[in-house]
Write a protein that binds this ligand. Structure first.
Ligand code: HEM
Length: 436
């Protein structure tokens, strides 16, 4: 299934003047520090302690540039780890049935204080939970096994534990389509943004961008658009979220609900995580489509290969609406997120890498086949162009938000991305055949 979102925004490098980059006041990322209960990283043992990573001022209004609702108005029971610890102890004592795991209490505390501020006692208690055996057929046990890495990783986690990738991998195995996962993630963004609009009008642009992306992804009627007036916008958001969620299976909604464990209490980190999860869903779907198209070519099924590649190109092009949501990220807010997520970079994305690495095999299969090249080259060019546009937009956004500083994945940052954006999926494609 594909998502039909709107065309690319003007966020490429041309739209991000050097002045923007020069203004980006982003400190060099600190070495990761260790917290009690975590094994110290190599960096922490050799580099001087850079002090605590910046946090979000909870006295500010919740919303864009400020704290999350969970942090600004925490339920008293959530602000203290005691409830999660007690419920965890009770769960252990009562037989540890996976379907009765106290997710809500644990997540309530994580979201109220931010993952990087969870104390050693709760972290140790969670690390002591024996995960159900891998590959279990029981859905509740599998969910718990997939979810635990996300809350026991402390500060030393990677990109996958940041996103809850194992939870999505299992959800995908149950047959939930990419479009449904994306719809559920966007519905969450819209709901969270709309919930803070009253106190933080800066969120208007983001909420409208998210509502537009959701409307397109979920195929909702677009006649109401994204109203400018806040009260009307909140109403439109509530209607769209309800309609979108109604079409999403319960296991996908559950996966989305459980996979939000920001490292900080920043409102913006919630959006950031959701946006990355959406891109990961797209990368995984494109990787599957390229693999399936390669098989279809080998089997002589031109039509199937064309359809798969055209669908993949459409999905990649659809990410432009999601990038519009991301561009509402304030630089200051991202500086805080960055300082707290060092070592967790999308440069580690396996699905993204799979797409880039499997395209040469597809091209070889096409060239080796006796299939009409002029029927396949146009869709390959379409996918290549959409992928390239996505990479250029990402580079432009990076220039705007962090400028030229190094990435959290250890690369040179923007200059690395500019070079990577020039690499094509099918560098030797004969574009004379593109006309179809
Ligand atoms: C504020 C927004 C963002 C900034 C400033 C940013 C910055 C960067 C930087 C500096 C890198 C270089 C690798 C490193 O050292 O970390 C990178 C890589 C990457 N980013 Fe982002 N990023 C942002 C958002 C996203 C989002 C939402 C996605 C979606 C998954 C994403 C996907 C990727 C991928 C796939 C790579 C690897 C590119 C390659 O190796 O060709 N980024 N990003």
């Amino acid at each position: 299934m594909t998502t039909a979102l709107s065309p690319a925004p003007a966020t490429g490098p041309a739209a991000t003047p050097a002045a923007d980059a020069a203004q980006a006041a982003d400190p060099a990322p600190p070495a990761r520090t260790s917290i009690p209960g975590n094994a110290p990283t190599a960096a922490a043992t050799t580099a001087p302690d850079p002090g605590p990573a910046p946090t979000v001022d909870p006295a500010r209004a919740p919303g864009v540039g400020g704290p999350s609702l969970a942090a600004a108005r925490p339920d008293r029971a959530d602000a203290d780890p005691r409830r999660a610890l007690d419920e965890l102890a009770r769960w252990q004592a009562e037989g540890r049935a996976a379907d009765r795991f106290p997710y809500q209490a644990v997540l309530g505390h994580y979201r109220a204080v931010g993952k990087n501020s969870v104390g050693p006692e709760l972290l140790t208690a969670l690390r002591a939970v024996q995960p159900p055996r891998a590959g279990t057929a029981d859905p509740a046990e599998r969910l718990l096994a997939d979810w635990l890495p996300q809350v026991v990783d402390g500060r030393d986690g990677d990109y996958d534990s940041y996103l809850g990738s194992p939870v999505y991998a299992s959800t995908a195995m149950t047959g939930a389509g990419t479009a449904r996962v994306i719809t559920a993630l966007l519905a969450d963004v819209v709901a969270v943004e709309a919930a803070t609009l009253a106190g933080a009008p800066a969120g208007l642009a983001r909420t409208r961008a998210a509502l537009r992306a959701l409307t397109a992804a979920a195929g909702l009627p677009a006649e109401h658009g994204a109203p400018a007036e806040p009260a009307e916008l909140v109403r439109a958001c509530a209607e769209a979220v309800a309609a979108a969620r109604a079409a999403v299976p319960a296991d996908v909604l559950r996966a989305v609900e459980l996979t939000l464990t920001p490292t900080t209490t920043s409102h913006d980190e919630q959006m950031f995580i959701r946006v990355i999860q959406i891109f990961e869903a797209v990368f995984a779907a494109v990787a599957d489509a390229v693999r399936a198209a390669t098989k279809a070519v080998a089997a002589g099924r031109t039509g199937a290969a064309r359809e798969l590649l055209a669908g993949a190109a459409e999905q990649v092009a659809g990410t432009s609406a999601v990038f519009r949501v991301l561009t509402t990220m304030p630089r200051d807010a991202f500086a805080v997120i960055r300082a707290n997520t060092d070592g967790r970079s999308a440069v580690q994305s396996r699905a993204y890498r799979t797409v880039e690495r499997s395209c040469p095999a597809l091209h070889r299969a096409v060239l080796d086949s006796s299939l009409p090249q002029d029927e396949l080259h146009p869709v390959m060019a379409q996918l290549d162009d959409a992928w390239g546009a996505m990479k250029r937009t990402h580079w432009g956004i990076t220039m705007k938000i962090i400028g030229q500083v190094r990435g959290t994945g250890g690369t040179a940052g923007a200059s690395y991305l500019r070079e990577a954006a020039e690499a094509r999926l099918f560098p030797d494609l004969d574009r004379a055949h593109q006309g179809g």
